[in-house]
Ligand binder design. Structure first.
Ligand code: ADP
Ligand code: MG
Ligand code: ZN
Length: 486
């Protein structure tokens, strides 16, 4: 490796407050609400209106800042970031600039070989812009503006340039998303664009301590786009450097279908936003008592929860991380364990990550939309643990429970799926299987021991896969031994 890739991320997350950042308009689901139905003079950028800070937004930002172990500023300032753009009617965005709400945090990620600590430079408050849609109609081009999103509270989280591969950037982004969700600050619905990334990427000679010239890739709204665009840039820049050229500092877009970055503007055309303190808002003062309260009320975060799952339930680290990443999923898992004391946590985790995850992926449901309550899954797994049904049968039962919402008992009863444990019944099936295969029996008696396993399979088939395996095995051994004695 001749070059080292250096990456710093800027993450924008919409906060799920009920009202917008500086006015009383409702925050609506942009994919459902009619355009321009949640708009007032403040968020439409009318002259002379006055913004008022949303307290809940500040509290959400504090949660994130504290979860990322930042220093919270007692006093921070809002600033005007001036630029003209059709989705920003007032001609400036209220943001924070020189004095952000919080600085100097950190985020631990799991990437490749082990843990990595990524420093967080700052966390600050701002507002979102409106949304433009470009359409063609009757041979004419139109741009439509929806201001429902204008003024929605946004959080910007900026990392130090501490990541070294597309993988690490992805791990950072995913870990951050899981934290935002666990804190109740952001839904994490990437498809709805509630989290957006900007990746700053540069190369430097391996071993160098200096930073190379960076490009900034704007508007990445999936983990895949984030990872691919960084990988593409690292290769492109390496080729430029190999050819003796210099990387130009510029702002890039990402063409997803083409899998390429493209230039949006160079350093020369860089915006000068003419930041200045927002004259319509007083300094934001956050008293230490409030910070203390927010800190004390922080929920268990995904990483700590995963570590607890490993400790308390002896789960493999990877499984623990998957189950702990999401509040609803983690709560579901622990509810199953509480309701199924005889089921090993590892087994419960396997059922959840295997069968139930498979169902969620296939159906597009979220765990809180499942027709199967944790108690229902617990009941099914208890039946497996007791030997009432075996694992293959349980899978079939589970799939019906997931589709229909029925309980395990009902499905087992209705489909006659209970495991056969009756010794006499099993003895009859074994006898039948042996009698039906005299040639195989001859060969077994002549010394081909492995045919015992073959007979096991025959009996299972006769039993519709429902025979209790241990009882079957014992009975088969008994009858074969009898034949051997003559
Ligand atoms: P801006 O984009 O607002 O001009 P900054 O200089 O604050 O801002 O940097 C923004 C992001 O770029 C940060 O995440 C930072 O870590 C990252 N960054 C800065 N320099 C480099 C570099 N040489 N290579 C990669 N990332 C960088
Ligand atoms: Mg930037
Ligand atoms: Zn409004």
């Amino acid at each position: 490796m001749k070059y080292e890739t250096v990456i710093g991320l800027e993450v924008h997350a919409e906060m799920q407050t009920r009202s917008k950042m500086f006015c009383g308009c409702a925050v609506v689901d942009s994919t459902r609400a009619l355009p321009n139905t949640a708009v007032c003079p403040v968020c439409a950028g009318m002259p002379g209106v006055l913004p008022v800070v949303n307290r809940q937004a500040v509290e959400f930002a504090l949660r994130v800042a504290l979860a990322l172990e930042c220093d919270v500023a007692r006093t921070s300032l809002f600033a005007r970031k001036n630029y003209f753009y059709p989705d920003l009617p007032k001609g400036y965005q209220i943001s924070q600039y020189e004095y952000p709400l919080a600085e100097r945090g950190r985020l631990v990620i799991d990437a490749g070989a082990g843990e990595r600590l990524i420093r967080v430079r700052r966390v600050h408050l701002e507002e979102d812009t409106g949304k433009l849609t470009h359409v063609e109609r009757d041979g004419q081009s139109y741009s439509l503006i929806d201001l429902n999103r204008s003024g929605v509270a946004l959080l910007e989280i900026v990392s130090e340039p501490d990541m070294r591969s597309p993988d690490e950037a992805r791990a950072y982004a995913e870990t951050l998303r899981a934290i935002l969700r666990a804190l109740g600050v952001n839904s994490g619905d990437m498809e709805k664009g509630v989290i957006r990334f900007e990746a700053n990427v540069s190369l430097r000679p391996a071993g160098s301590g200096e930073l190379g010239t960076r490009v900034e890739i704007k508007n990445l709204n999936s983990f895949r786009a984030l990872e691919r665009s960084i990988a593409y840039e690292a290769q492109r820049q390496a080729a430029v450097l190999d050819a003796g050229g210099r990387v130009e500092q510029e702002t890039l877009g990402w063409d997803e279908p083409e899998g390429k970055t493209f230039s949006q503007r160079s350093k020369e055309e860089a915006h000068d936003y003419r930041y200045f303190p927002e004259p319509d808002l007083p300094p934001l003062v956050v008293e230490p008592e409030w910070v203390q309260q927010v800190r004390a009320a922080l929920p268990e975060l995904p990483r700590a929860r995963a570590q607890r799952f490993v400790r308390e339930y002896d789960l493999p680290a990877g499984d623990a991380a998957l189950l702990a990443a999401d509040n609803d999923l983690a709560a579901y898992f622990e509810a199953v364990l509480r309701a199924a004391p005889d089921v090993a946590p590892r087994a419960a985790a396997n059922w959840l990550l295997g069968e139930v995850f498979g169902w969620l992926n296939a159906s597009g449901q979220r765990i809180d939309e499942l027709l199967l309550p944790p108690g229902g899954l617990a009941d099914l797994l208890e039946r497996v643990a007791r030997g009432e049904i075996n694992a293959p049968t349980a899978k079939a039962v589970l799939s019906e429970m997931l589709t229909s919402g029925s309980g395990a008992a009902g499905v087992i009863e209705a489909r006659g799926l209970a495991q056969i444990t009756d010794g006499a019944e099993i003895a009859r099936l074994v006898g039948e299987a042996i009698a039906a295969h005299p040639v195989e029996l001859e060969r077994y008696l002549a010394g081909k021991d492995s045919l015992a396993q073959w007979f096991f399979g025959r009996v299972m088939q006769l039993a519709g896969k429902r025979a209790h395996p241990a009882i079957l095995r014992a009975e088969l051994e008994r009858q074969l031994a009898e034949k051997r004695r003559g």
